[in-house]
Write a protein that binds this ligand. Structure first.
Ligand SMILES: Nc1nc2c(c(=O)[nH]1)N[C@H]1C(S)=C(S)[C@@H](COP(=O)(O)OP(=O)(O)OC[C@H]3O[C@@H](n4cnc5c(=O)[nH]c(N)nc54)[C@H](O)[C@@H]3O)O[C@H]1N2
Ligand SMILES: Nc1nc2c(c(=O)[nH]1)N[C@H]1C(S)=C(S)[C@@H](COP(=O)(O)OP(=O)(O)OC[C@H]3O[C@@H](n4cnc5c(=O)[nH]c(N)nc54)[C@H](O)[C@@H]3O)O[C@H]1N2
Ligand SMILES: [Mo]
Length: 734
């Protein structure tokens, strides 16, 4: 680190696991000398190894980044100006506790809130403990909406009545055809080893196809065919594939009759009996940019090459009506009888850390109580609960907090928010419409942020708390391509004055009169979690850092329901896979129709706004970051510049050459970055990886490349974040 002294001690190696917000969970071997990390290697033990990605291997530079937050701090300048002074932990925590109490008694409990996301997908050091604490001390306004796939979760609840709807990817080796629909697992890793299983499937002879506006690394590595598609139009292509399958009578009618509900209504829509429009491949060609011939061939191939995995990625669902796409993926899987069997795939690509179709992790949790703010609050009329309480009308969608802060109850929101505790969330950078969030944060009475770095969000704190990294504390991760548990061993002492999320919660809880969090130490909580789980011996688990759950075969979602339907109904009103959802029918919302449909997106190519902003911006997840994390790591920065990918014809028309600085703009804001001119993206579409750090210059132009300066703070009717629905214009910087 900084001392520059030669290291004299004996080298030690400790095995640990990461739980990064890239969705991966890898095993690391961390070398230390004299209590300092000297290098990080990866799993080289028993198969299946959980090999670390580039980000984990570079973690040393993240831990020892000289810009780590070192001490608790208090704001001294204007909020957002970034001027702070050092204070003690006692002073910092006293202030937060007293503000919680003051604001709650002045304005009522709904005026305070805690917003958070993943950071590390671990189990003990999580920000939801602070939210739980706020619930236990009188209540708070909670968030709803999962960034990545709320549309997918909604579709899963509507169709299957459960979220546990996927196979483990070691089952892909049983597939003869794999369609990666908006999935780039070589980059956005979707669990450690996903790509490895894909490689095995390829070796076993599977044909692999990618449907994506970009020719991705995964397309280059794994696939036999690339089908570029206009973003946000996937539902139209899927409907047309259903049309081809029905017209050629290739649907598995036996499967549909036995296991599904409402196929006839869907067929009527597809054939045009409902609205007079036959959803032919030619109809879809006009919408999607994919030729009718390609659509027809893909439909036939999917229907006749079993078993086949139509892996519906989550990015195409981060669009204006994202849930329709997700429901259509499931409808097609049902039409081709690819549900509940090896080599098939029931829908979603990405697993929320604990949910497989046929396997459930079991880990005890920390104290939680009911949130008084939600007591008696009615359900939102359009909601399907995708998490406990997520359907409460007292909650605010995470994309809407800025609007709620600015317009409050008068603007139709359930609360007038006066204070935010922000932890495990780079709120300003990662939620849509950054410039609006800036205005909202300025309006609050109090902002507390727990962070590792001086992020854009941290600059807006009144009190800023330094948090340790996962290598400085113990935790458990339960997540992965195949079921396993990782013990996240503490490797070094916390740097500077940083503290763990549990310590922060415990100390705040004590100040607010709650004992529950402090009843156990870190180690006791971890033992409590392991107790009753699949893990037989805590000590052994801790030592090896890896416990693989033995299963005789890959996990297959809905196997029981398909093999023995009489005794295993689906948890839907009909007990079947609901292609026609009775719950959605009862909502009577034309934008959430009971059967899945193509609904044209706002900010698509036909939106009148496209005259002014003709390019569709998509924002992928970048290989050198996990969202905004790792952005400062020098080894990783060397890999790829933050640049906007633009097609050769679009660049030529704007006189833009590779490497030129360009302005990307719309009515919400402006970003200045270099252009990457390539044939690997379809014309009319541009791409800027999400997660780069917001860094506005004097004119308010973001020079960091933060995509959310441009994205709209909306959500789909089912709750999807429409990050990939966004119109922009690009010009060469003069
Ligand atoms: N390295 C790395 N890995 C990560 C993350 C990270 O930040 N960095 N984040 C993790 C998290 S939390 C999540 S939620 C996942 C996200 O995982 P994904 O959503 O799968 O990742 P993306 O890169 O956004 O998108 C995947 C592909 O979808 C394509 N795509 C975008 N819009 C459309 C569309 O409208 N239609 C079609 N057909 N394709 C489209 C993109 O071009 C891209 O190639 O990644 C996880 N993995
Ligand atoms: N335009 C656009 N925006 C997107 C997306 C997109 O596709 N396009 N994707 C969305 C998705 S899917 C997601 S999940 C969100 C993610 O959004 P965020 O969760 O906000 O993204 P992170 O960068 O992971 O932010 C976590 C922050 O917590 C801090 N932190 C504090 N304590 C800890 C700790 O104990 N451990 C760790 N590791 N970090 C800590 C980190 O330094 C970091 O600043 O972004 C969303 N935003
Ligand atoms: Mo995500």
């Amino acid at each position: 680190m900084s001392s520059g002294k030669a290291l004299t001690g004996v080298e030690q190696i400790m095995t640990t696991a990461c739980a990064s917000h890239c969705g991966g969970a890898c095993v690391l071997k961390v070398h230390t000398r004299d209590g300092l990390i000297t290098r990080i290697e990866t799993d080289d033990g028993e198969e299946p190894q959980l090999r670390a990605c580039l980000r984990c291997r570079a973690y040393r530079q993240r831990v020892y980044d000289p810009e780590r937050l070192k001490y608790p701090m208090r704001r001294t300048g204007e909020r957002g100006e970034g001027k702070f002074e050092r204070i003690s932990w006692t002073e910092a925590l006293d202030r937060i506790a007293s503000e919680i109490t003051r604001i709650r008694s002045a304005y009522g409990p709904s005026s305070i809130s805690c917003v958070f996301s993943g950071a590390d997908h671990a189990h003990l050091h999580v920000a939801s403990n602070i939210a739980g604490l706020m619930g236990m001390t009188g209540g708070y306004t909670a968030q709803w909406g999962v960034h990545s796939f709320e549309g997918g979760l909604f579709a899963s609840m509507a169709t299957y009545g459960t979220l546990a709807s996927r196979n483990s990817p070691d089952d892909l080796v049983n597939s003869r055809l794999i369609i990666l629909w908006g999935v780039d697992p070589a980059v956005s890793i979707h669990e450690t080893n996903f790509s490895w299983y894909l490689a095995q499937a390829k070796e076993a002879g599977a044909r692999i196809i990618s449907v994506d506006p970009r020719f991705t690394s995964s397309t280059a590595t794994f696939t036999d065919q690339w089908i570029p598609i206009i973003p946000g139009t996937d539902a139209a292509m899927l409907v047309a594939m259903a049309y081809v399958i029905i017209k050629k009578n290739l649907q598995r009618q036996d499967f549909l009759d036995t296991y599904t509900f409402g196929f006839a209504q869907f067929r009527d829509y597809v054939l045009g009996k409902e609205d007079g429009i036959s959803k032919t491949p030619e109809w879809a060609e006009n919408i999607t940019g994919v030729s009718a011939d390609v659509i027809e061939k893909l439909a036939i191939e999917y229907a006749t090459t079993g078993p086949a995995a139509l892996i519906g990625g989550i990015a195409p669902g981060r669009t204006a009506y994202g849930e329709q796409y997700h429901r259509l993926i499931k409808a097609l899987a049902a039409m081709t009888a690819n549900i509940g069997k090896h080599g098939g795939w029931a829908g979603r690509s990405f697993v929320p850390r604990t949910l497989f179709g046929a396997f459930d992790f079991k880990l005890a949790g920390l104290p939680r109580g009911a949130n008084p703010v939600e007591n008696g609050a009615p359900q939102r009329p359009d909601a399907l609960p995708t998490a406990k309480g997520s359907d409460s009308s007292a909650r605010i969608h995470l994309s809407q907090f800025a609007d709620a802060i600015l317009r409050g109850k008068q603007g139709g929101h359930p609360a007038d928010i006066k204070m935010l505790f922000i932890m495990h969330l780079n709120y300003l950078n990662q939620e849509p419409n950054t410039n609006k969030i800036v205005r909202a944060l300025k309006k609050l009475e109090f902002v507390a942020v727990a962070e590792q770095f001086m992020t854009a969000t941290a600059r807006y704190a009144d009190i800023l708390l330094p948090v340790s990294t996962f290598l400085e504390r113990n935790d458990i991760v339960a997540q992965g391509a195949i079921p396993w548990y990782g013990f996240m061993n503490k490797v070094i002492e916390p740097l500077y004055e940083s503290q763990s999320p549990l310590e922060i919660c415990q100390q705040l809880a004590t100040r607010l009169g709650v004992k529950a969090f402090s009843e156990k130490t870190e180690e006791e909580w971890l033992r409590h979690m392991v107790h009753g789980s699949h893990i037989p011996a805590y000590e052994d688990f801790k030592k090896k850092a890896k416990y693989m759950v033995n299963s005789s075969e890959p996990c297959v979602a809905f196997k029981k329901q398909i093999e023995d339907p009489k005794n295993n109904p689906f948890p839907t009103p009909s007990g079947k896979i609901e292609i026609y959802s009775q719950k959605l029918a009862s909502m009577k919302n034309p934008l959430l129709p009971p059967i899945p449909k193509y609904i044209e997106a706002w900010e698509g190519r036909n939106d009148p706004l496209a005259k002014k902003y003709p390019l569709q911006l998509i924002t992928s997840h970048c290989k050198r970051r996990a969202h905004s994390q790792f952005e400062r790591v020098p080894w990783l920065r060397e890999l790829v510049p933050q640049a906007v990918t633009i097609s050769t014809p679009d660049a030529t028309a704007r006189n833009i050459k590779n490497g030129d600085m360009v302005r990307i703009f719309n009515d919400r804001g402006e970003v200045v970055v270099p252009a990457l001119v390539t044939e690997r993206i379809m014309p009319g579409v541009v791409e800027l990886p999400q997660g780069a750090w917001f860094a506005p210059d004097e004119q308010g132009r973001d020079r960091g490349g933060c995509t959310n300066v441009l994205s709209k703070d909306a959500h789909s009717p089912g709750g999807a974040f429409p990050y990939n629905t966004c119109l922009v214009q690009i010009q060469k910087l003069q």
